[in-house]
Design a protein around this ligand. Structure first.
Ligand code: SF4
Ligand code: SF4
Length: 321
């Protein structure tokens, strides 16, 4: 795979500083039942990196000490970490909102038969990738049969009460483009998703998040292989909207890797760009207990233009909508 960081190191992206942390985004490991083309963590079935039980307890301790409002669980497939359920329950017990970045097909994997019930019983919000409402496009990006598995999973989640109008069980869908283009406007695309998924499959969902593909990892490497990297970076830079700087996710989110080390966001984690704090090469979550990192400088490089292009992009969808 081609490294993209050397192409983004020299950057004119504006300096940013942190606000108060309200969301802890925790990567529970890189194992996944899928191997998607755009995956920015290069997750897959053969990856073995996973957060240990000891680190999970450090996450729980930090949630308590820092008064974090939201725990955002990601991976790989976070549900494949053997301590996933322990962490979810502990966070919910102290009143923390939990979001599970679920790839949907995980609900059909062996040993996960009761996963939907577990998520419902613990009031976990689900954020699920469905990069198109058309079968061919999803299968091309995420693997053969993924669309069908995703549709069946959405129907299962609906049957548990997820995504229905007025239901407290939130089911958010995530769209990202198939190739090196900016995503379309979030609002109109959500209308299209609702119409197509509702009419064809009887599926309801809470909201659609539209994400820009980041020029890193597997997607970035494909751009380099096809000679599209510079063109894509120009696209992102030409669509730069300074107003999005106010709400980029790194200002209020802290990203934790499977070993407990800290980053300003998941993308920086994947690029190996640690949180800069007290001149340390890298900082562990346990070192941050009781510390205030508001106003801490954020590590920015050219990939950050992926967050500020057009309507903006974050793990909660468009910024400008
Ligand atoms: S489902 Fe998510 S984590 Fe797994 S390979 Fe696809 S994008 Fe990566
Ligand atoms: S990639 Fe986006 S979220 Fe991450 S540091 Fe850059 S602007 Fe912030």
């Amino acid at each position: 795979m081609h490294a993209t960081l050397p192409l983004m190191e020299i950057s004119d992206f504006p300096a940013l500083r942190r606000n108060r942390v309200d969301t802890l985004q925790v990567n529970l490991g890189y194992k996944c039942n899928q191997s998607c083309l755009h995956c920015h963590v290069n997750a897959g079935p053969t990856r073995t990196e996973a957060m240990s039980r000891e680190t999970v307890f450090e996450v729980i301790a930090y949630l308590k000490s820092a008064g974090i409002g939201t725990l955002d669980l990601t991976g790989g497939a976070p549900e494949l970490n053997p301590h996933f359920r322990l962490l979810v329950k502990a966070a919910r017990d102290i009143g923390v909102r939990v979001m599970d970045r679920c790839n949907l097909t995980i609900l059909h994997e062996p040993g996960q038969d009761d996963l939907a019930d577990f998520l419902r019983d613990n009031g976990v919000d689900i954020v699920a990738s469905l990069p198109c409402y058309l079968e061919d496009n999803v299968d091309r990006q995420r693997g053969k049969g993924v669309f069908d598995g995703s549709i069946r999973a959405l129907q299962l989640l609906n049957s548990k009460g997820y995504g229905k109008p007025d239901s407290p069980l939130k089911l958010s869908l995530v769209y990202n483009p198939q190739g090196p283009v900016l995503p379309p406007a979030q609002g109109p695309l959500e209308v299209d998703y609702r119409k197509h998924l509702g009419e064809k499959f009887g599926i309801a969902f809470s909201e659609l998040y539209v994400l820009t593909n980041m020029p890193i990892q597997r997607f970035g490497s494909t751009l380099i292989s096809k000679g599209n990297f510079a063109h894509y970076m120009d696209l992102l830079k030409n669509a730069y909207q300074p107003a999005n700087l106010q709400s980029v996710m790194c200002r209020s989110l802290l990203s934790v890797d499977y070993q407990g080390y800290l980053y300003d966001c998941d993308f920086n984690q994947m690029l190996g760009l640690p949180l800069q704090w007290k001149n340390k090469a890298r900082t562990h979550l346990r070192e941050l207990m009781g510390a205030d990192i508001a106003n801490n400088p954020i590590v920015v490089k050219d990939h950050c233009y992926g967050c500020t292009a057009g309507q903006g992009s974050s793990c909660g969808g468009a910024l400008a909508s």
